[in-house]
Every structure is written in structure tokens, then in C-alpha cells.
Design a protein around this ligand. Structure first.
Ligand code: HEM
Length: 409
């Protein structure tokens, strides 16, 4: 009797010790990956001279970001500045980055939870950083991979290394100008052909992931580029007229829009670039170093997450001049960088080997849709519009974009 109860006691004790041991191992693993590893990464960045706002465990700088965003929202709604439409959006969409830039410059370290990020809004730093790195050697931050898996799977946007080379090789020709031209007139046949060819080079799962990537990465960004265009053209009827004149000249009555004609819509292209400058649908580019990267006398350690602030660079007076926040499509006349005094200051489609693969498709869709709208309607902004560009992965008007359309003739 006594020996069976001591046996029971012994089994219970062993079980409890087993559970305690497992818990301890889990705590050690969590501490290691949430504290020790990030602290080591941070220490390395600090040793290299990168500073930034002080983080607190375990939220990093998230609390400060939330507080600064709330204060900005309250002050902009109480001063009813949302009724005033200003293109100077960086300090309202990203008040924390604007504040930290003043304290730490245009390159600094901040923390999203337990992950340190190297923030970059300096084109010259970016140029030096990317000089030696090929597309296949860039990573995408591991910390976002789990969240983005349902949307993008292992599609081109997320895939890395040799797999990225294979996917990019198969997909790039599908977006070539020749292929897109054919797509303009024979959308369905061309799409079917493309899918057949891809099926031979990618597995079914890879093909499905690419379709998801095109849908989420391509549809929304293009729709937002058009949305912000309608806002700016609604505010600038003189540019609606300029474009209508160009359409009449290049396309005729706008009934038959042919892909070859689209190349002639030059002013429309300036407008598109100016919209993508002021309201970039992809407001930032994220990368992760897969090797140590030397920038002058600094080293960005392997594994460092990077956050490249495109909105900031597109609104930087030192790069664009005093009229940086004005809508002036003509700045792109005869100048693909829009007169920006640094080649890497205008990055609506990203940069380097991993630059957007759908750029030409967007260009075509954008011109077709805008031609059809402008040749049928004139439009202005509804008095109900409330200007609140906000970030939810992409840059969108928080309260939508009510417009008043009038048919032409
Ligand atoms: C206005 C429209 C668009 C904008 C602003 C935009 C912006 C971007 C940006 C900023 C990147 C990241 C580049 C980098 O990491 O350097 C990117 C990558 C990508 N975009 Fe777009 N995009 C647009 C339209 C499209 C469309 C229409 C498609 C496809 C149907 C597409 C598919 C992709 C893919 C697959 C990548 C990943 C490329 C790679 O990593 O090799 N995008 N885009």
C-alpha cells in the first residue's frame, strides 16, 4: 500500500518535473529569440554608429508610434485640417518617423516589437547600400513572412535566393511590352498562353502563389494609383483639360483604345509619375540583409531588417526643391527622375533587381482606365471628402474618395 502511493508520488513528481523542464526550455527559447538575439543585433548596429529612439521590452517603439499617431489624428481633427487638402503627408501619415528624423537623422534604428529595423530615408545611403547587392541576395524580413503568407504565399514578392531567380525568370517575359501589347487586344488568349507556359516551369502551388501575389500586390496598388489620380485631377481641372486634349490628339474620341496608342500619352505619364510621387501606393520598401553590407566605414550586419521610407524621400524638400508638395506633373517632362537631385529619390516601384515586375502592366491599365474616364466625364471633389491618407500596408484614403461626375456632352 505504502509502496504504491510512493510510486504514485514519484510518477507525479517526475511528470511535474518534466512539465517544468519543458516550460523552462520554452522560456529560454523565447527569451533567446525575443531578447538575446535582437539585443545582440541591436548592439552590433550601435557599435557601427547607428542610433535611434530608445526601445522598451517587449513592444520596442510600438507604444510611442501609437501615441504619436493618436496625437496627430486628434490635433488634425480638432483643427479641422482634414478639410484642407495638403500634399504634405509625411508628418501626418508617419508622425513618428518625422519626429525621429529630427532627433536622429535620416538613417536610424527603431524597434517593431522585438525586431530592430534600420530606417532609411537617405538616397545616397541607399545607393551605397545597394551597389554590391544583386536581386537574389536580398531577403524580405522574416518577421512579416507569417502575416503575409495568406496573401502572397511564396510568390515572387516574398521568395528569396535561387527560387527568386527561377520565379523572376519565368514571370518577367509575361510582362514584357510585346506581351502586354498582345494582352491589350487579346487579353484572354494571351493570359491563357501565359498560364500554360508558367505551368511548365512552376509547380501548381507556386503558380497559385503567383496568382495571389498579382491579385493582392498588383490590383490594389494600381487601383490606388488611379484613386489618388482622381483626387488630384479633381483638384486640378486644368490638368483634366490638358489630358483630354492629349487624348483627343493621340487616341481620337477615346472609343477605341489601342496599346500602341498609349505610348503617345506623354502628359498622362507625367501625371501618373507625379501622383506616384505624392501618394505612393507602396509607401515603403522592406528588405532584410542576407550578408554584411559595407556602407562607407559602417557595416550593416547580416540579418538586419530594413525599412526604406519612400513617402519621406518623395516629400523631401532637400531633394525636390521648395515646390516639393505641389502637384506639378511637368516636373517629369524630359526627366524620368522628375528633377529630383538624386537618382534614388524617386522609388514608387522599388529599386534594383527586385524592382516591381508589374510596372509596365500598371502603366497600361492606368492609361486605358484614365483615358476612358476622362473622355466620358469631368469630375470634381465632393464637399464630403475628408483628406486622411493612411497606411494599411498600402497608402489609401481612410474615408474613401467621394467625387461628383458630370458626363461630357
Ligand atoms: C501602381 C502600381 C504598383 C506599385 C506602386 C507597385 C510597387 C511595388 C514595389 C514598391 C515593389 C517592391 C520592390 C522592391 O522590393 O524593391 C513591388 C514589387 C512587386 N510587384 Fe509591384 N507595384 C505595382 C503594380 C504591380 C502589378 C500590377 C503587379 C502584377 C500584376 C505587381 C507585382 C509585383 C511583384 C510580383 C513584385 C515582387 C518583385 C520581386 O521581388 O522580384 N506590382 N511593387
Amino acid at each position: 500500500m505504502e509502496s504504491s502511493s510512493s510510486l504514485q508520488f514519484f510518477v507525479a513528481l517526475s511528470l511535474a518535473m518534466g512539465v517544468a523542464y519543458l516550460l523552462l526550455v520554452m522560456v529560454v527559447i523565447l527569451l533567446f529569440s525575443w531578447w538575446v538575439m535582437p539585443c545582440l543585433a541591436h548592439r552590433k548596429l550601435k557599435a557601427n554608429g547607428f542610433s535611434g529612439p530608445k526601445p522598451s521590452f517587449p513592444l520596442g517603439n510600438l507604444n510611442d508610434m501609437k501615441k504619436l499617431k493618436m496625437t496627430t489624428n486628434i490635433s488634425s481633427s480638432s483643427s479641422s485640417s482634414s478639410l484642407i487638402i495638403s500634399n504634405d503627408i509625411h508628418s501626418t501619415a508617419f508622425p513618428y518617423f518625422a519626429r525621429w528624423q529630427k532627433l536622429h537623422g535620416k538613417v536610424f534604428v527603431y524597434w517593431l516589437g522585438t525586431e530592430p529595423f534600420l530606417y532609411i530615408a537617405e538616397p545616397e545611403f541607399l545607393k551605397k547600400m545597394t551597389a554590391e547587392i544583386r536581386g537574389k541576395s536580398w531577403g524580405k524580413p522574416n518577421v512579416f513572412k507569417h502575416d503575409r503568407e495568406p496573401m502572397f504565399g511564396q510568390g515572387l514578392l516574398m521568395v528569396e535566393g535561387e527560387d527568386w531567380v527561377r520565379h523572376r525568370h519565368v514571370i518577367t517575359p509575361a510582362f514584357s511590352p510585346a506581351n502586354l501589347k498582345a494582352m491589350g487586344s487579346l487579353m484572354v488568349d494571351s493570359a491563357k498562353n501565359m498560364l500554360d507556359r508558367k505551368k511548365r516551369a512552376l509547380t501548381t502551388k507556386e503558380l497559385v502563389d503567383e496568382c495571389k501575389t498579382f491579385f493582392f500586390g498588383g490590383h490594389e496598388t494600381t487601383a490606388l494609383a488611379l484613386t489618388w489620380t482622381l483626387l488630384l485631377l479633381g483638384l486640378h481641372p486644368e490638368w483634366q483639360e490638358e489630358l483630354r486634349e492629349e487624348i483627343k490628339h493621340v487616341v481620337g474620341d477615346g472609343e477605341i483604345v489601342d496599346a500602341t496608342m498609349l505610348v503617345g500619352l506623354k502628359k498622362m505619364e507625367w501625371v501618373m509619375n507625379e501622383v506616384l510621387r505624392l501618394y505612393p501606393p507602396a509607401p515603403n520598401v522592406q528588405r532584410q540583409a542576407r550578408q554584411d553590407i559595407q556602407v562607407d566605414n559602417l557595416v550593416i550586419p547580416n540579418g538586419t531588417n530594413m525599412w526604406i521610407d519612400v513617402v519621406s524621400m518623395h516629400h523631401d524638400e532637400s531633394l525636390w526643391g521648395k515646390d516639393v508638395n505641389e502637384f506639378k506633373p511637368e516636373r517629369f517632362k524630359d526627366n524620368i527622375h522628375g528633377g529630383c537631385n538624386h537618382k534614388m529619390g524617386f522609388l514608387p516601384f522599388g529599386f534594383g533587381g527586385r524592382m516591381c515586375v508589374g510596372k509596365n502592366l500598371t502603366n497600361m491599365e492606368y492609361k486605358i482606365v484614365l483615358t476612358l474616364i476622362l473622355s466620358r466625364f469631368s469630375f470634381s471633389l465632393s464637399p464630403n471628402y475628408c483628406h486622411a491618407p493612411s497606411i494599411l500596408l498600402s497608402l489609401r484614403p481612410m474615408h474613401g474618395l467621394p467625387l461628383i461626375f458630370k458626363p461630357i456632352k
